[in-house]
Design a protein around this ligand. Structure first.
Ligand code: MN
Length: 201
């Protein structure tokens, strides 16, 4: 049986301080992310033909998932894919750069407009979910999803995402989600976002 495994984080727990504190990264990665992986493995254990597929493929075509495990695969598979991307696009001190920077200016008018739109989506999301920068056909869009849903299921390709579940920020920010969202822009790994854009545009 092919089990899904927690991917390497690629940096130390304190690498995103002070925007995201070390304890939050540690718990979020080792406990929350790991538990989505474990639960996905449980959901797939009686469907060996699905285990070998990558999770993105499953989420792109959820109608192919057997009905009895569909919701679990969307929830836990989404939890896996969403967190994989989230950790990957975080890094301190990376400047806004590359073709993605030009594309953002073109599609949103300016970096400031993009930032405003993205942050108001994240601040206004009611309950638990994610805010995303996605490619929809050839155009950039900002979308939100609830729970662990992933835009791949709507035919959109994620380039950047912010986890707005309370577990992502509560230790440091408590009820101040807006401060967490505003600080996020200091730790976007634009080099990585640009790579994703170039590979999928
Ligand atoms: Mn999370």
């Amino acid at each position: 049986m092919t089990e899904h495994k927690l991917p390497e984080l690629g940096y130390d727990y304190d690498a995103l301080e002070p925007v995201i504190d070390a304890k939050t990264v540690e718990i979020h990665y080792l406990k929350h992310h790991q538990s989505y992986i474990n639960n996905l493995n449980v959901a797939l254990k009686n469907n060996p033909e699905l285990q070998s597929l990558n999770v993105e493929e499953l989420l792109k075509d959820v109608d192919k998932i057997p009905k009895n495990i569909k919701r679990d695969v969307i929830n836990y598979g989404g939890g896996v894919v969403n967190h994989n991307l989230f950790w990957k696009i975080l890094k301190k001190n990376v400047s806004f750069q590359g073709e993605i920077a030009n594309k953002i200016k073109k599609d949103f008018g300016s970096y400031e407009n993009f930032k405003e739109k993205f942050s108001s989506s994240a601040k206004n999301l009611f309950g638990s979910g994610w805010t995303w920068l996605v490619l929809n056909e050839r155009k950039l869009e900002i979308v939100t999803t609830f729970n662990q849903d992933n835009p791949l299921s709507q035919g959109k390709f994620p380039l950047l995402t912010l986890d707005v579940w309370e577990h992502a920020y509560y230790l440091k920010y408590q009820n101040k989600r807006a401060d967490y969202v505003d600080s996020f822009f200091e730790i976007i790994n634009w080099e990585e976002v640009n790579k994703l854009f170039l590979d999928n545009k």
